[in-house]
Structures are given as structure tokens and as C-alpha cells.
Design a protein around this ligand. Structure first.
Ligand code: FMN
Length: 155
């Protein structure tokens, strides 16, 4: 804490599954999920964002233009274990629905927790993309997930 009461700030290099990486400034500050809002996005089969609703724009801190065409991993927080996303992709690529709790990174480096449901969009028996709908998670589920992900990061 500084004399201004600001949160801890650290630079972290995040390595993505596709081999790219970027340095992000992480601020240890949670922005609470807005009451009564649904954060919705759609992606193509590779996880490239094709649609973002206003709640997503507001919460992520990115503009609509910055989000569309980006890989969804721009929201990846370094406290999220890789295995959480391996499970997500295995489930949805097999055509199934996935539920989980995700700590997301905002453009300003702060974070927000979501309760996410990811659904494969199927046309003529083929997965053509994915839709994710997020709701407000309970405080107890956030604490549980925090503890679980910490263990998985250390594993
Ligand atoms: C529809 C959809 C929504 C996603 N939403 C998020 C999200 O909100 N936050 C996140 O970190 N990853 C999200 N992902 C997973 C990312 O595509 C990615 O797998 C993850 O951020 C981990 O990065 P990596 O696969 O490069 O390791 C989503 C994927 C899909 C298909």
C-alpha cells in the first residue's frame, strides 16, 4: 500500500497457448461484478471474439473495437491455472456445455470474478463457434475457486 492507499502493482509476462506472450501490469484490486447484468460474448471456433455486449465492454475496460477480432485470452489473469482452460476447451470442442468460475483481467490491470457458462453453437451437426454468458458469482464460490486455483498453480 502506498501513502495514497493504492493497491499492489506488478508486471507479469503471460504466455499463451499459441506461443505468443505479453507483459501485463496487474493491480491487486477487485472490481465487483455488477448486479443484475449478464456479460455475453461470442467467439469463432478458435476463441477469437466475434461479439461483445455492452456489459462486457463496461467490465473489461476495452472498447467494442478493441475486443472484436481479439483472442479471448486477452482477459486471462495470471492467477488462473492453465488446467482450467484445458478443461474448458476439451468440453466445448466435444460439443458440451462448460460451467466454471473465472478470474478475469481488465484492461486497467484490475480483476473481476465471473460465473461462466460456455455453450457450443452447433449448425448442421458442426461446432461453428461458442457463446459465453457470465453471471455474478457468490462470495463463497469465489473464495473456494481462489483456494483451488492457488493449489493448481502450485501443482
Ligand atoms: C466463448 C469463450 C469465452 C471465453 N472467455 C474467457 C474469459 O472470459 N476469460 C479467459 O481468461 N478466457 C476465456 N476463454 C478461454 C480463452 O480462449 C483461453 O483459452 C484462456 O484465456 C487461456 O489462454 P490460453 O488458452 O492461451 O492458455 C474463453 C473461451 C471461449 C471459447
Amino acid at each position: 500500500m502506498s501513502e495514497h492507499g493504492s493497491n499492489d502493482v506488478r508486471d507479469v509476462v503471460i504466455k499463451y497457448y499459441d506461443g505468443t506472450s505479453r507483459t501485463v501490469t496487474i493491480v491487486d484490486h477487485e472490481v465487483p461484478y455488477p448486479e443484475g447484468k449478464l456479460i455475453v460474448s461470442r467467439t469463432d471456433t478458435k476463441g477469437i471474439i466475434t461479439h461483445a455486449n455492452q456489459a462486457f465492454v463496461d467490465m473489461s475496460g476495452y472498447s467494442q473495437d478493441e475486443l472484436i477480432g481479439q483472442n479471448h485470452y486477452i482477459l486471462r489473469h495470471p492467477d488462473m491455472p492453465t488446467v482450467a482452460f484445458t478443461g474448458l476447451w476439451e468440453t466445448i470442442e466435444a460439443g458440451n456445455k462448460w460451467h466454471g468460475y473465472v478470474k478475469n483481467l481488465r484492461k486497467d490491470g484490475a480483476y473481476y470474478w465471473v460465473k461462466a457458462t460456455v455453450i457450443p453453437n452447433i449448425r448442421n451437426g458442426k461446432v461453428v463457434g461458442y457463446t459465453s454468458v457470465r453471471r455474478k458469482p457468490s462470495r463463497s464460490k469465489i473464495s473456494e475457486s481462489e483456494a483451488l486455483y492457488k493449489t493448481l498453480m502450485e501443482a
